[in-house]
Design a protein around this ligand. Structure first.
Ligand SMILES: Cc1cc2nc3c(=O)[nH]c(=O)nc-3n(C[C@H](O)[C@H](O)[C@H](O)COP(=O)(O)OP(=O)(O)OC[C@H]3O[C@@H](n4cnc5c(N)ncnc54)[C@H](O)[C@@H]3O)c2cc1C
Length: 409
């Protein structure tokens, strides 16, 4: 990876420019490696947040914050294809079982790796570790790296886009991939509209200590305040994702540790024993955002820029990684058909492949939030029956597990 921090004047041409070196942009850079080698493509990644890529240091930027993510088994297989899984698994905690319940109701659904005949349903990996592994892999590739540099202007031109960077560089790319997380204003600059529906919920995230071994169980619990999840981490620690009606999380952020742990215990119950400590707490407002035009001539939108989901089912990055792999496959087919990289036949083939998967995942996670967020008198019983029913009906439960594992689209 060539570091390119100094201002480069004049127009450069690239086959592909990736805007954003977060989880999705960095994964795309790694996934392009064989094609860069095969076709000699010139690829650049532009990342606005400063990043440390020395082997012993932790990277730090928005994608790689204090969160840990549930990485589906299908994504682990994709990381294997990218040549990063061996390093990823050093900090990965396998999910052996998933326990889904509703507070105050009897029903519970259990999904188990044993039942499905797999070693794990998924893996929990700290985002900072994923970032470090991906960036170490990128450092071995012949990619151009502009960091810190922000794409300030993106202009469609004949055969691609002109990009104006904050470090003074001007690039021209045949294909520009927007993996900027969707908050940079570049979509708006291009007139790409997004559907934005706030869930009026905010996720509070923290590492918590538990008094009993978690045995690799991930918990999903639906409460009247919103869903909460506990994901297994190494030792007797878990990652807490606790959704609150927006505004109400502030009081919990301010609570002294002891009081916070007491409230958590009341909300979650004692399935993991006592909560013994809580680390730094972070908050994330939650919305469903979908870009209405994920492809245009010379442009593809990926990751959070294309779809930001409620984290209830831990699907956002898993879905995005499937998008990364599909894009690379479509680009290779386009190249074999001798089409220019940003050709709409290629990009529409990619979008056709994506749309069904994306719609299914959005329906699944949005549906979960809404089903468990509604409060009609009979619904709690229906939900409990649903959870019990799901537990009894093997194929349905196995279908849910395969989706959670990222093996079903
Ligand atoms: C609370 C929470 C929990 C989650 N848990 C899970 C989970 O368990 N499993 C799962 O699969 N998903 C999960 N997700 C979703 C997952 O975090 C996202 O899908 C993922 O982070 C999206 O990555 P991204 O690279 O698209 O965007 P980002 O992480 O936002 O990265 C975008 C990058 O682009 C850079 N950038 C922005 N603008 C510019 C510009 N103009 N020029 C250059 N660079 C720019 C930014 O600095 C950033 O590095 C969770 C999300 C939340 C909120």
């Amino acid at each position: 990876m060539q570091q390119s921090n100094q201002a480069v004047k004049g127009a450069l041409t690239h086959d592909i420019v990736i805007v954003g070196g977060g989880l999705v942009g960095a994964s795309l850079g790694c996934a392009l490696a064989p094609l860069i080698e095969r076709y000699g493509w010139r690829v650049a990644i532009i990342e606005s947040a400063p990043m440390v890529v020395q082997p012993q240091e932790t990277t730090w930027q928005p994608s790689f914050d204090a969160r840990a993510s549930a990485i589906a088994e299908g994504s682990a297989q994709r990381f294997q294809q990218l040549g990063v899984w061996e390093a990823m698994r050093d900090e990965a905690t396998p999910i052996k079982r998933i326990h889904i319940s509703e507070r105050g109701r009897l029903g519970a659904t259990r999904l188990s790796a044993d039942e499905l005949g797999v070693a794990a349903l998924g893996h929990v990996i700290p985002n900072a570790w994923m970032g470090r592994v991906l960036h170490q892999r990128l450092a071995q590739l012949p990619l151009e790296w502009h960091c810190p540099a922000k794409v300030e202007q993106l202009t469609p031109v004949a055969n691609g886009h002109d990009l104006h960077l904050s470090d003074g560089s001007q690039l021209k790319a045949g294909l520009t991939v927007l993996a900027d997380g969707g908050r940079s204003g570049l979509k708006e600059q291009l007139g790409i509209c997004s559907r934005h529906e706030s869930y009026q919920q905010t996720a509070l995230i923290a590492h918590v200590g538990v008094s009993q071994p978690h045995l690799g169980v991930a918990y999903e619990r639906f409460t009247s305040q919103g869903p909460m999840a506990l994901l297994p981490l190494p030792g007797q620690a878990m990652e807490l994702i606790w959704t609150h009606p927006s505004g109400s999380e502030q009081a919990r952020m301010a609570l002294p540790e002891r009081e916070f742990l007491l409230q958590l215990q009341r909300a979650f119950g004692d399935r993991v024993g006592r909560f013994t400590r809580v680390g730094t707490r972070h908050t994330y407002p939650l919305s469903l955002v979908t870009a209405e035009e994920p492809v245009r001539p010379g442009l593809a939108v990926l990751g959070n820029a294309a779809h930001a989901l409620h984290p209830v089912a831990g699907q956002g990055f898993n879905l995005a990684l499937r998008g990364v792999m599909d894009l690379v496959e479509a680009l290779e087919q386009g190249e074999q058909a001798k089409r220019p990289l940003g050709d709409m036949i290629t990009l529409q083939a990619f979008e056709k492949q994506r749309s069904r998967d994306r719609a299914n995942v959005i329906r699944f996670s949005d549906g979960l939030v809404r089903l468990f967020g509604l409060s009609f008198p009979l619904l709690p019983h229906a939900r409990a029956a649903g959870l019990i029913g799901l537990n009894l009906v093997g194929p349905l439960r196995r279908g849910l597990a395969r989706r959670a594992m990222g093996l079903e689209r």
